[in-house]
Design a protein around this ligand. Structure first.
Ligand SMILES: C[S@@+](CC[C@H](N)C(=O)[O-])C[C@H]1O[C@@H](n2cnc3c(N)ncnc32)[C@H](O)[C@@H]1O
Length: 214
């Protein structure tokens, strides 16, 4: 099915070595500028998935590092990524999971056990994004949001070719298509969370938001 939607070579990468090689050394950096980081935090706060929520929230941050961009800590934050030192340094995390989603897209969590699944500036590195997002749907409670955010910066050798060579509107379409093909979500909403590209000189921040159906 995916082959009908994504042409041959779409998920090829210049660096096809195991991701453990590239992500072995920790990178204590931010991958987007302050304006884009603020836009991610605003979106999470607006959705009530940080510590500002009245009720307990169990949140999963996929492809995480030492920062999750939530303004305040949700009651539980599970961070999943490739680098142990980065995950250990994430001050909001209550659980840390080392996993390579390109080797095994299965999420090691119970069905319907999360109130939100996040993936910030990383969906472009997935070679099996549809399987990962199908898993995200499985672990989300009905009505709970999946939030994919991305900018125009990336590690070019690790991004999949289809994403790397797309323009910004094209990348929005790709991320929304991943969600639609995965299934289990209501229709995704695509938005630019930073000011208009005509006037704004900072990093753009796009969001694809979809709620678990049912
Ligand atoms: C550009 S960084 C973004 C980190 C963080 N989400 C942020 O907003 O700053 C990409 C992240 O994706 C994670 N990652 C890359 N490939 C992965 C894979 N195959 N499985 C799981 N995580 C992966 C890396 O550990 C890295 O932290």
């Amino acid at each position: 099915m995916d082959a009908d939607v994504f042409p041959p070579g779409f998920f090829a990468r210049e660096d096809e070595r195991t991701d453990r090689t590239f992500y072995g050394p920790p990178r204590f950096v931010t991958h987007i500028d302050d304006g884009a980081i603020a836009a991610v935090g605003d979106l999470y706060a607006e959705l009530g998935i940080d510590g500002s929520a009245d009720e307990p929230r169990r949140v999963l941050d996929l492809m995480s590092s030492w920062v999750s961009h939530l303004r305040t800590a949700p009651s539980e934050l599970v961070v999943l990524g490739m680098n142990a030192a980065e995950l250990d340094a994430n001050p909001l995390a209550t659980q840390r999971v080392l996993a390579d989603l390109n080797e095994d897209p299965v999420l090691p969590f119970e069905d319907a056990s999360f109130d939100a699944v996040l993936c910030c500036v990383s969906v472009d590195y997935l070679v099996r994004p549809v399987e990962v997002l199908r898993e995200a749907a499985r672990v989300l409670r009905p009505g709970a949001p999946l939030v994919l955010t991305f900018s125009n910066r990336l590690f070019p050798t690790k991004a999949v070719a289809g994403w790397l060579y797309a323009d910004e509107p094209g990348r929005c379409t790709i991320a929304a298509t991943y969600v639609r093909v995965a299934g289990g979500f209501d229709e995704p909403e695509v938005s630019l969370r930073t000011p208009s590209r005509r006037t704004y000189r900072g990093d753009p921040l796009y969001a694809v938001l979809a709620r678990r159906s049912g």
